[in-house]
Structures are given as structure tokens and as C-alpha cells.
Ligand binder design. Structure first.
Ligand code: HEM
Length: 502
């Protein structure tokens, strides 16, 4: 009798065990990917100058959802636009978090800024602050007068230093953003706020790349003493923290002083602060403002510099664009935003610049907040998910001869439809997608159209700009400009000279 009871107990235990195993079994297989080394996984594979190109090569073998291992941390790489939309947009509530980065986040403090904020109430509050000013094309049109003044100043600067184009581009984008975000009018001999951005930009860009610092994957390393070999990153913490705090505090304190003196120019900060902000509101507005400033300058400058390279490399495209401007606007004035609808070829050039060398080639990493099964693959909670924007924009099923710079691809003809607008890809996906898209697009249009109206861009060395010249990091920049610019006519020179720098 007892024997039978034991048998029943054993069968029940077996059943329960079976149910438990079934519940915990992975409902799909882990995505494929290159095999890594024991323990360290694929960390060494990431030490490549342009990981987006390496990932695209892997994707040809492993498919559009790949997974690699970084010391036990899964990194999922998405290579197709459709998968990115299905995963990061359709399931956005699961995929909108950001990786917790020990080095640049917790230790340096970048996790106070929007791009690194965890998905939650604080992030939502920040994004809500952005909407009235930046949330639509119409809201950005309100900044047109500011953008016109700031971007037109670009022209005399280029004429004065035609061999120093990258610096002038950064200055112009910084000047425009400083005016919109802080109401700060950047004067010619004033470098303070521009240098602040210049210091922080490469730090943000290099530190946010997945696997950039070992301590992000093994947080225990933060306790390693500074004298130990391999702990050089600890010395960086102090400098980076200083650079970040300067970025956060200096322009913000400027607005507060202006408000106190009753002389403030209406700006994102002054409008968001309102009458008597408490400390919490101040921190929110200060961090949101820096997020906009740094987010705008680095990425937009990269796109405008790429435009210079593309024009130097393709004089025939430049000539056609200038003919369009001369036809639609004439040569007596500089083009404005309201001319845009009459300049389809200029728009096609901008689309091609954004597609050809995307400024944010891997987007910004997302973090999966709960286990998911996608296209039959099991993706673990906490996985870092990266969308290979570069690969999507160089997919030969979407873009004919993707390596070729060809603005015509965006102009429909009787024979063929226009190819997909890269703006459906370059701003990222889901709720974390770029809040500055309308501002960036407008700023790039004004810079491109005014440069083309005023200058002839030529190369210094045959225009042989290689892929390898683009820097690594979350934001990728062309190397030093190998081009120069000179007024394209006496009339253009007179227009440039008429621009006031005050
Ligand atoms: C060519 C110009 C630009 C490009 C290509 C670009 C692209 C991107 C991309 C791909 C992301 C990540 C989206 C994701 O996680 O899926 C992003 C995020 C962000 N961008 Fe931009 N961006 C540009 C300009 C700007 C401008 C002008 C601003 C500010 C005015 C800005 C502010 C930000 C901020 C604050 C985030 C973080 C959003 C969040 O985490 O919620 N960006 N951008």
C-alpha cells in the first residue's frame, strides 16, 4: 500500500518537474552569430574601426537578427529595416530602455542626459519638454528667423577660412543650437561654448558604443585600484566628469544670469523654466537642454561635413544643384526655407547625404526589458539591441548600387519610382527615436542650399574620400575635410560680403 503511495508521489513530482522545465525552457533558439572566445565572447570582434561594416558582413552569413556575446552580455544586432520596425517600433514598450553603462553613465554622469536615461517617468518628462519646441515641422518653422541669421553667418566664415571647413561647420551648428536652446548669440571671437561641446562630443560618442569599456560589462571592475595595470580608464572619469559638468552648467548659468538681469532672449531653457522653478525642475531643464545641444551639434555637423565631401567628389551633382537654385530662386538673394518646395534636387542631395554616410550608423543601443521571442528567436531580458542603420541604408534590395552617391535615386521618373526616403531609418526607431529630426532636417537644408548658392566646392587631392576616413563611435564623422570652397561668382561674393556677423 505504502509502495503505491510512493509511486503516486513520484509520478506527481515528475509531472511537476516536467511542467517547471517546460515553463522555463527557451521558447525559441538564440539568434546565430560568430562564435566568440571562452569567457570573453566576441569582445575582440568589436575592436574594429567601423563596426557597422563588420556587422553588415556578418549579417550576410548569419541573417538579419544576430547575437554575439560580450562577457555574458548578449548583444543583438538587427540588420533589416522591417525587423527593426517590427521589433523596436511595434514592441516599443519592451525595447525602449537604454543599457546601464557603468563608466560613462554611473561614474561620469551621462545617465542624467536624455540619450542614456532609463526608460521611465524621468525620460518621459524630458521628452514631453521637447515636444512643444521640436515635435513637428510646424513648431520648428518658428525658429526659421534664428536659423537664417545663424546659418547665413556660415558663408563669410567659409570665405575667410576655406581650408578649415569642419571647424566652421561645427561653429555654425553650435551657434544655431545655442541660440534656440539658450538664447545665446555666438559672436565671432567667442569660443567658450563651442569648445565645451567640442570637448564633450567625442567622449559621448566613444563611450556609448556597446562594449566600449570593460567596466560596463563587468561593473565589479570599478573597485579595482587606480594603480593596477589596465585601470587607465579610471583617470578618464575625472576629466570626463569635469567636461560633462561644464557642458551642463556653463550655458545654463548664462541663461539664469540673463533672466536675473531681465535681458533674456526667449529660448528653450527660459520658456521651460517658467517663473519660479524648484531644484528638481532646474535639473530637468538643465539636463534636457544639454541633451539637445550635444545631440544636435555632433550629428548635424557630421551630415553637413559629409555634404562638403560629396560635392567635392561629384562636381556634376553640384553644378546641377546650382542650376536648380538659379532657376528657382535667382542670383540676387540667398535661398530661404520657403523656397524648399521648389528645390527637389537639393532635397534629393540631402537625402543622399543622409543615406550614403549616416551620421549615427548604429543608432543608439536599446535594452530589452523582458524576455521576447522574435521571428522565432529567443531574446533574453537585458539584451542590448542595436539597429544597423548603415546596413539598412546600404541594402541593395532597397537602394540600387548603394555605394554610389546618386541623388537621382530619390527623384521618381516615368520609368521608376523614387527609392525609400532614408528619413524613415536614420532617426532610429520607436519611442527613443530622435526628437531633433525636424530641427536637424531644416538646419541641414538651410546650410546646404546657402552653401550651394554661394560657393564652388572643390577638392584638394582628387576627392578620394575612403570609408576608413570616417571615425568610429556612436556619431561617425568624415575625417579632416579634403576640400575647399570659393565664391562661385562676383555676385555670390557680394552676397556673402553683405552678411552681418553681429
Ligand atoms: C543628422 C542629424 C541627426 C541624426 C542622424 C540623429 C539620429 C539620432 C538617432 C539614430 C538617435 C537614436 C534613436 C534610437 O535610439 O532609436 C537619436 C537620438 C537622439 N537625438 Fe538625434 N539625430 C540628429 C540630430 C539631432 C538634433 C538636431 C537633436 C537636438 C535638437 C538631437 C537630439 C537627440 C536626442 C536628445 C536623442 C536621444 C533620444 C532618447 O534617448 O530618447 N538629434 N538621434
Amino acid at each position: 500500500m505504502y509502495f503505491l503511495v510512493y509511486i503516486v508521489y513520484l509520478v506527481l513530482a515528475g509531472l511537476l518537474f516536467g511542467i517547471a522545465v517546460a515553463l522555463h525552457r527557451r521558447p525559441g533558439s538564440v539568434p546565430p552569430g560568430p562564435t566568440g572566445w571562452p569567457f570573453i565572447g566576441n569582445i575582440l570582434d568589436l575592436r574594429t574601426p567601423q563596426p557597422w561594416i563588420t556587422f553588415a558582413e556578418w549579417s550576410a552569413r548569419w541573417g538579419n537578427i544576430m547575437q554575439i556575446d560580450l562577457l555574458g552580455q548578449p548583444l543583438v544586432i538587427v540588420g533589416s529595416h522591417k525587423t527593426a520596425v517590427d521589433m523596436l517600433e511595434r514592441k516599443t514598450s519592451m525595447y525602449s530602455d537604454r543599457p546601464r553603462l557603468t563608466f560613462m553613465g554611473r561614474l561620469v554622469g551621462w545617465d542624467r542626459l536624455t540619450a542614456l536615461l532609463p526608460y521611465g517617468p524621468r525620460w518621459r518628462e524630458t521628452r514631453r519638454l521637447f515636444t512643444p519646441a521640436l515635435g513637428s515641422r510646424a513648431s520648428v518653422v518658428a525658429f526659421e528667423p534664428i536659423m537664417n541669421v545663424q546659418i547665413t553667418r556660415f558663408l563669410p566664415r567659409i570665405m575667410k577660412s576655406p581650408d578649415n571647413i569642419v571647424d566652421q561647420v561645427v561653429r555654425t551648428v553650435a551657434g544655431t543650437t545655442l541660440m534656440i536652446v539658450y538664447g545665446y548669440n555666438l559672436r565671432e571671437d567667442d569660443n567658450t561654448f563651442v569648445d565645451i561641446a567640442r570637448a564633450a562630443m567625442p567622449e559621448f560618442s566613444s563611450g556609448f558604443l556597446p562594449g566600449a569599456y570593460l567596466v560596463d560589462l563587468l561593473p565589479i571592475l570599478k573597485y579595482v585600484p587606480s594603480w593596477m595595470p589596465g585601470s587607465g580608464w579610471k583617470k578618464l572619469v575625472k576629466t570626463w566628469k569635469h567636461d560633462l559638468n561644464t557642458l551642463l552648467d556653463t550655458p545654463y548659468e548664462y541663461v539664469k544670469e540673463e533672466i536675473a538681469n531681465g535681458s533674456t532672449f526667449p529660448s528653450f531653457v527660459s520658456l521651460c523654466l517658467g517663473d519660479s522653478p524648484d531644484a528638481e525642475r532646474e535639473e530637468l531643464v538643465k539636463t534636457a537642454a544639454s541633451s539637445l545641444y550635444i545631440g544636435a551639434v555632433d550629428s548635424t555637423s557630421s551630415a553637413v561635413t559629409t555634404f562638403f565631401h560629396a560635392m567635392a567628389k561629384h562636381p556634376e551633382v553640384q553644378k546641377k544643384a546650382q542650376e536648380e537654385i538659379d532657376r528657382a530662386v535667382g542670383t540676387d538673394r540667398l535661398p530661404l526655407l520657403q523656397d524648399r518646395h521648389r528645390l527637389p534636387y537639393i532635397d534629393a542631395i540631402i537625402s543622399e547625404v543622409l543615406r550614403w554616410k549616416p551620421a549615427v550608423p548604429l543608432g543608439m543601443p536599446h535594452r530589452l526589458e523582458q524576455d521576447d521571442v522574435h521571428e522565432g528567436f529567443y531574446l533574453r531580458e537585458g539584451s542590448i539591441v542595436v539597429a544597423n542603420i548603415w546596413q539598412m541604408l546600404h541594402d541593395s534590395d532597397t537602394y540600387a548600387e548603394p555605394e554610389v552617391f546618386n541623388p537621382e535615386r530619390f527623384i521618381a521618373s516615368e520609368k521608376r519610382e523614387a527609392e525609400m526616403d532614408p528619413r524613415t531609418i536614420i532617426w532610429g526607431f520607436g519611442r527613443r527615436s530622435c526628437p531633433g529630426l525636424y530641427l536637424a532636417d531644416t538646419c541641414i537644408f538651410l546650410a546646404v542650399v546657402q552653401i550651394l548658392a554661394a560657393f564652388k566646392i572643390t577638392t584638394q587631392d582628387g576627392g578620394n574620400i575612403q570609408d576608413s576616413d570616417y571615425t568610429t563611435g556612436i556619431i561617425s564623422h568624415p575625417g579632416p575635410a579634403q576640400c575647399t570652397a570659393s565664391p562661385r561668382s562676383a555676385k555670390a561674393e557680394a552676397l556673402i560680403r553683405s552678411v552681418s556677423l553681429d
